[in-house]
Every structure is written in structure tokens, then in C-alpha cells.
Design a protein around this ligand. Sequence first.
Ligand SMILES: [Mg+2]
Length: 222
Amino acid sequence: MTAGAPYRLVVFDCDSTLTRIEGVDELARMHGLEMEIAALTTAAMEGRVALEEVYARRLDRLRPDRQSVERLGTRYIEELVPGARETISTLRELGIEAHIISGGFLPAVTMLAEALRLRPDQVHAVALQFAADGRYVGFDIASPLARSGGKRVVCTELIQRFGKCAAVGDGVTDLEMQDAGADFIGFGGVVERAPVRRRAQRFVSAPDLKAVLPLLLEGMPK
Ligand SMILES: [Mg+2]
């Protein structure tokens, strides 16, 4: 930890924050279910339907096998948001802990994290279960990240562990990290969501994630 750095921990959302795509929509495209799944995803992200209501339903339709989740991980990396690598590596150089908290699928989010040179313990996402032949069996129903309020739970735990925290995300569920006590930057560089813009402590619309760095390095007086 660098003397003078205002945060010991910076938490990022994954989909539409570190990567330009939405994982579930991408899997839906692979399975030809994009219309049906996109409507559910949008409703969840805009806060119109509780996350837990749509989570199981979407996965039950998609049933993604191990191979499609790995393909999604590759797509995440191909669609990395400009400036994401530099943002994470700047934090690393300053000794600031960077974590990902995502309602996405752990194997895919972990692939993206590896591309950003983050450790597996810096990734918080929903584990999937596969059969020996790779078929989808189920998801970790105990994960708080598969329900509304889950990002708040995980972020609170990390704040207790590391201390002063900033968080960056595009979605309504990311605002839960602000409720947990993190200084929050709404990121509209991929999609701008009106409720997030309205409620976020700070909001950044630039397409390059490096635009959040000055706020992360100088602090955000409330
Ligand atoms: Mg997101």
C-alpha cells in the first residue's frame, strides 16, 4: 500500500465494465436464444425484476456446457474495455488490491482476470457445476452473487478485510457496493444506465476505463 493512496481496495464489475459484452447475452447468442434472454437481462439490470428471479430461469434455458463457458472467457478477453489492462496494472504497481465482483460465471470471469494478471482469489463470481463430459449440471445456488443484495454482501466482506474501498460498475446491482460503503464510480463507457448515472457518487462516460484512475488515485470527497 502506497502512502497517500486513498483506497486500499478497488472493486470492478465485469460485464460492460471490464469487458464490452454481457456474458449471458453472449451465451444466449451461441445458443440462438438471444431475444428471450436479452429481455430478462435488461429487466434485471434496470432493477425492474429481482436478480434471483431471472438468474435460475436464464441458466435453466441456457444450460451452458464447459466448452461454451470457456468460449465466453475468450470473448471476454477479445472484448476487453480499452484501458482495462492499464488501469489494473497501475493499481497493482501502487500496491492497491484490485478485485472483480460479478454475477457472471466464475470460469469465464477467471479467464478474464488471468488476462489482467489478477489472482483467482481476487475473483468473486458464480461457480458452475459440470459433469465429467462437460455438460452443465447446475450453478452454486448458495452464492450471494446469484441474488439481489449479493454484491453488497461480498463487498462488505472485502471492506472488512482490506479497508477503504472504491468500486466501479455500470449496473444497478453495482450500486449495492456504494450502499456497502465503497466510494462508487458509475462507468458509462460501454452502456450508460440512467438509474446508475442518477445515483452514483461519481459517473464517468468516457469509453476508456483509464478515465476512472484520477478518481481512484486522488479519492472522491463526498
Ligand atoms: Mg455490468
